[in-house]
Design a protein around this ligand. Structure first.
Ligand SMILES: [Ca+2]
Ligand SMILES: [Ca+2]
Ligand SMILES: [Ca+2]
Length: 299
């Protein structure tokens, strides 16, 4: 039998919405919530990291902005939905959290910072498989541990307005393929999460989709991670920065890992696509972006 329990947190108080906990004891649902809400592996950031102002200008109709960045306003409640019965000792949990932020963008290349602001209303989601591997009474979180996770997927709350999507991401260390993800629903065993230390040569390859391309190029693709100097860099499909084949739709960025993070301390790597329509002006309310993000174990 399928049992669904929704737990939301508001002002630090646990509220059981769809589950009736008569027993004052801590339930499996409570343990699973606390395990996931406190986990750095499950945490979904705001992709606030900035790039350098000297992002290469593309020789096409749509120039890249002089500068752009996101600034978090509010995070919604951290919500979990348990699929299956925890009494079985293993279950899948979907985790979601809304993100309200501002998108600052300055498209006038005059060395004067005068950005416009666009509204961001996103939902971030991932799934997690949790298993009771320890003694319920003598180990943390009632013995529950995280076994595998999907990437965190960032989408517009108003899904009908979304036209750009990440479709795949591959991460290499040198020639070694560390991660090959072709769906936001793909589970990655936490033992198989990428493990990296500073100074390693890594490469991210990403493919994306635009459902209604109006500009050329129709989108811009960025990587967020432990990148050189700035935590965000433009990805290329022009044969540069490790890109194997120009114009094949595989966007690439290759770099030596560097602890450039400003807003957070745990390493993670995200692929982020922004609609060219969003990047073409600083006045229209037309924010459109999609991203996948995976945690990285920092050695
Ligand atoms: Ca300017
Ligand atoms: Ca390519
Ligand atoms: Ca526009």
């Amino acid at each position: 039998m399928k049992k669904t329990t929704l737990i939301a947190v508001s002002s630090g108080i646990l509220i059981l919405i769809a589950s009736c906990a008569q027993d004052p004891q801590i339930t499996d649902e409570d343990h699973i919530y606390q395990l996931l809400a406190s986990s750095d592996l499950v945490k979904m950031g705001a992709l606030e990291g900035q790039g350098g102002e000297m992002d290469a200008k593309d020789s096409t109709e749509v120039d890249l902005p002089e500068i752009w960045w996101r600034e978090l306003t509010t995070e919604g409640a951290f919500q979990i939905v348990i699929i299956g019965n925890p009494e079985a000792g293993i279950c899948t949990v979907t985790v979601n959290q809304n993100l309200y932020a501002d998108f600052y963008i300055d498209v006038v290349h005059d060395l004067v910072l005068d950005p416009g602001v666009k509204t961001i209303e996103d939902i971030r989601e991932r799934s997690v498989i949790v298993e009771r591997t320890g003694n319920p009474s003598s180990t943390p979180h009632g013995g529950w541990t995280i076994q595998s996770i999907t990437p965190a997927e960032y989408s517009l709350l108003n899904s009908s307005e979304q036209e750009v999507f990440i479709e795949s991401m591959k991460l290499y260390r040198g020639e070694e393929l560390l991660l090959d993800c072709t769906s936001p629903d793909q589970f990655i065993d936490i033992e198989d999460l990428p493990e990296l230390s500073e100074g390693e040569l890594v490469k991210l390859e990403v493919t994306v989709l635009h459902t209604n391309p109006l500009y050329e190029p129709p989108y811009f693709v960025y990587v967020h991670g432990p990148c050189p100097v700035w935590p965000r860099h433009l990805m290329y499909d022009d044969g540069n920065f490790g890109d194997v084949t120009a114009g094949d739709g595989i966007y690439t960025y290759e770099w030596y890992t560097e602890d450039s993070f400003i807003y957070y301390h745990k390493w993670r790597i995200a692929a982020d696509v922004l609609d060219a329509d969003t990047m073409a002006d600083q006045v229209e309310e037309d924010y459109d972006s999609g991203a996948w993000c995976i945690p990285v174990i920092e050695l």
